[in-house]
Design a protein around this ligand. Structure first.
Ligand SMILES: [Zn+2]
Ligand SMILES: [Zn+2]
Ligand SMILES: [Zn+2]
Length: 204
């Protein structure tokens, strides 16, 4: 069993003892750094098959996947985007890939994960499917879900008076910065969070 994300690993670890008691053995090996790194390529206009054909050898164990994007007019439908996700085995992400008999370099950007938010309890860091809170919160007053609400708008994450999906929420910003640090420095979520907090605390 291989775990892709540090987060999934930690989630798995917390359930590890539980599984063991039931007599199932799992090996939860939580890597300090990820075993894979992900990058995004924007400059390849052709198919993934062609890219695999044209890729020069000896650049690592790499796989590609076409990224999807939401369709402009109807955001429930997804369509192929021009961007390609690359996954490379190991600790380091190259800044470019050599293709086409060594003539062309494709730029590779670190892949930044988006901040997850739960639409049930409204907290960051997980989605509704993995929510362990028993309360479904009302979007506005963040109390347990109820009918017409005349309360003040409140943010469950920072206590501020802005909507719960606002990107100006300082907690959201901290989460987003953490994802950036994870991608660019290739560190675990915990390390990235420490770095972000250090910077935030050193500001006047
Ligand atoms: Zn939740
Ligand atoms: Zn309410
Ligand atoms: Zn907030």
């Amino acid at each position: 069993m291989q775990l892709e994300k540090g987060e999934d690993g930690r989630f798995f670890q917390s359930r590890h003892h539980l599984q063991k008691e039931r007599g199932t053995k799992y090996l939860a090996n939580i890597p300090f750094r990820k075993r894979f790194r992900k990058g995004v390529i924007h400059e390849w206009e052709d198919s993934i098959e062609k890219l695999e054909d044209f890729l020069m050898p000896n650049q690592g164990k790499i796989s590609f996947k076409r990224l999807k994007k939401k369709r402009m007019k109807d955001d429930k439908a997804w369509e192929d985007s021009k961007a390609i996700l690359m996954r490379i085995k190991g600790d380091s992400l190259p800044t470019r890939l050599l293709v086409g008999y060594g003539h062309v370099w494709l730029k590779v950007k670190p892949c930044i994960e988006s901040v997850k938010q739960c639409y049930s309890c409204l907290r960051f860091g997980h989605i509704q499917l993995n929510c362990r809170s028993k309360i479904k919160r009302f979007f506005r007053c963040v109390e347990e879900f109820h009918g017409i609400c005349k309360e003040q708008q409140k943010c469950i994450n920072c206590g501020g008076s802005h909507p719960n999906i606002a990107k100006k929420c300082p907690i959201y910003q901290r989460e987003a910065a953490t994802k950036k640090v994870m991608a660019y420095k290739n560190v675990s979520c915990r390390e990235a969070r420490e770095l972000v907090n250090e910077v935030a605390n050193s500001l006047p």
